[in-house]
Design a protein around this ligand. Sequence first.
Ligand code: NAD
Length: 374
Amino acid sequence: PPFSSLSASSAGMVTTDWMQNSTTVTIVLYTRQKGLDARRISTSIDGNFFHTRVYSDDWLRCYDYQIRLAEDVHPFCKPTVSLTTGKVELVLHKKQIALHWQKLGDTEEVCQGFKPLGQAPPFFRRSVLTRKSRVNHNVFLCTLTFPTGQNFHVPVGWHVQLKLCLEDGTEVIRSYTPVTSTLSSCETTDCPSISESPTALHFLIKIYANGPFTSALDRLSEGSSSIEVSNPIGNFVGSQLEGKNLIAIAAGTGITPLVRVAIDVLRSNRRVSLLFFNRTQDDIIWKEEFRELELKYPDTFKSWHVLSEPDDEWPGLRGRISKSVLAATILSEDYHDVGSNFACVCGPSDFTLETLRLLDSVGYTQETVHAFSG
Ligand code: NAD
């Protein structure tokens, strides 16, 4: 290359370096982490601000690197990573070709190596609310689209934080798990895109009249750029489910983390049994879509709806989570092979605790159940 390597700095366990040629500047992170792939690297270019987060191979720890670049770059960066050495190369494209950079920029944040995910400061990226469509009387499907320069992957079962600045200047942050834009997208190109770097994420958001975040969101119109989105957070380990059938037990908006998990299982020709608790028929999110999924996958998808406040006409199951509801559904003969099942649970905390207690009593263990909480 016309220009040679210029400097190297040490940052605890991760060493950084950079180099340039006439068209590109390459930041190199020697993470010494084996088993990394490009999905574990998120990047953000916003003006001359560059952020990258590298997740460890088990996704439990991360390394952050942030710099205000000395010169302008195009908002494009596709990380490459060596599986065997953990060397990460981030190639940035100079706006001014042949300009020789005297320095890379001013480093704003460099971890001293990898740290537990929970200890890493949140990083938020800008987004635009490009779709806000009603799903039922109080739930919206919201699509947040990212400007170019945002490269990140939300693993199945993981969530992000959404940050909204209220009219009085206070910031409110809430966690939401992305879903697919529809359930019928299961076999279309919409689904693979969610496992690639997203240009958009879809969320099912229930509006609570007294909720500061959701009532502010209720007032937003399509085109708003007031929501920022964090890097992915979570502790769900998808490999636990490998080769297993899924027992999905959800209440209310607790269905959201289970959507992508269920679609993943269905796509690998394994069975999904969904037990979904709601107050009334009108509260059931995607009721028709689940029905269509059942028709599409008669051998592998089965759902039961249980209502706690049904009207007189409701022909289905009634009540809350209980031993008898489990016995009539996922514990009935056809579905009760604990050894071949993995259960995922999500809903209000009392609901989740009671469901875990009941599953424990019929032989599910920590290794065969995951509860989404928080
Ligand atoms: P909701 O209040 O409308 O209740 C839905 C159903 O949950 C009820 O019909 C009932 O069957 C059951 N339920 C409610 N309270 C219960 C209790 N104390 N004991 C047993 N069962 C109970 O539900 P909603 O307003 O949609 O709230 C959904 C909940 O799921 C929220 O608490 C939310 O925080 C949680 N959630 C968590 C995650 C996550 O942790 N990743 C994601 C999404 C939603």
